[in-house]
Design a protein around this ligand. Structure first.
Ligand code: HSE
Length: 307
């Protein structure tokens, strides 16, 4: 096999109470990438569609993660990468993570899978860091492993897979404004009050338990972010109205997806997810801001081969 096409999914990081550690994988939106073995040594990006991104591998997220993996290989051939980008950069649903994951996953498949998913995450972290100026894996891990993941530590990298109820659906609204991860990290406080930290880790612990025990009520009670949301929500138009409308339509909980501007909600079934979609739409229809909405079950597979 000299060529492979992969689907690299969008992801929701933080999941309200798990800043930089928790994430889950989406099904209905993602990038496609073609990775090809070529005679010339090195990593080459030969085609990009969808968004205007750099072709030079050292400047492209998919290229940087590919180079990190390539340096760990001793091969007398190279790789060419085509990127069909569907996830808008700066959308808050793991655009850079999808790019970083797709290239290393595809290369690994082409050479007989010498690396496990944790090792692929290590390479992908290098690409993600190009975009966010910081090494974190809360989008990368769910994109590679699927489902919900908890990044127990980055150094050494330890990823924990968390099960989730079968019926869980996400509705995500993406207002068409760009918030750069590096900028939305820069506005965060460097220290947090102890009482807020206590609330946050209690929520994270109970959310993980609720996902294990299919406890929808506890999922809802745990989806609260008392540390990051007060700062970042100010960058997102209509955030409080979207949250209120989604909760009224049956959402278990609502939060900022990754570093924003996307807003995610989780609910028990597809009908409720569609009702939340309508409620969110109604809020933004009253503004002049364009938006996309995605309804998706939790993708338990993660990045996958298309052909
Ligand atoms: N945990 C990251 C953040 C996700 O919220 O900044 C976005 O890359």
């Amino acid at each position: 096999m000299n060529e492979i096409k992969v689907f690299s999914p969008a992801t929701v990081a933080n999941v309200a109470c798990g800043f930089d550690v928790l994430g889950f994988c989406l099904d209905s939106v993602g990038d496609e990438m073609v990775i090809r073995k070529i005679e010339q040594k090195g990593i080459f990006i030969s085609h990009i569609e969808g968004y205007d991104l750099p072709y030079k591998a050292e400047l492209n997220v998919a290229g940087v993660s590919a180079l990190a993996m390539y340096e760990a290989l001793d091969v007398d051939f190279g790789f060419e990468i085509e990127i069909y980008k569907n996830i808008k950069p700066g959308s808050g649903i793991g655009s850079s993570a999808a790019s970083a994951v797709g290239s290393v996953f595809g290369m690994n498949e082409l050479i007989g899978k010498p690396f496990n998913k944790t090792q692929l995450t290590e390479f992908a972290i290098k690409g993600e860091a190009l975009a966010s100026k910081c090494e974190h894996a809360d989008n990368l891990a769910p994109a590679l492993f699927g489902g919900f993941t908890l990044v127990k530590s980055v150094s050494p990298l330890k990823i924990v897979n968390i099960p989730s109820p079968d019926g869980l659906y996400a509705t995500i609204i993406h207002p068409q404004i760009e918030i750069k991860t590096s900028e939305s990290r820069a506005i965060l406080p460097k220290e947090v009050p102890l009482n807020k930290a206590i609330e946050q880790w209690a929520n994270l612990g109970s959310l993980v338990h609720a996902l294990h025990s299919n406890d929808y009520e506890l999922i809802g009670e745990s989806l609260n972010d008392v540390i990051i949301e007060p700062y970042r929500s100010q960058l997102i138009p209509e955030f409080n109205n979207i949250k209120a409308a989604a909760l009224k339509a049956g959402a278990l909980g609502v939060g900022i997806s990754g570093s924003g501007p996307s807003i995610f909600s989780l609910c028990k079934d597809l009908d409720t997810a569609n009702a939340i979609k309508n409620a969110m739409q109604a809020v933004y229809n009253k503004t002049d801001i364009d938006f996309d909405i995605h309804v998706s079950p939790i993708n338990t597979q993660g990045v996958k081969i298309l052909k």
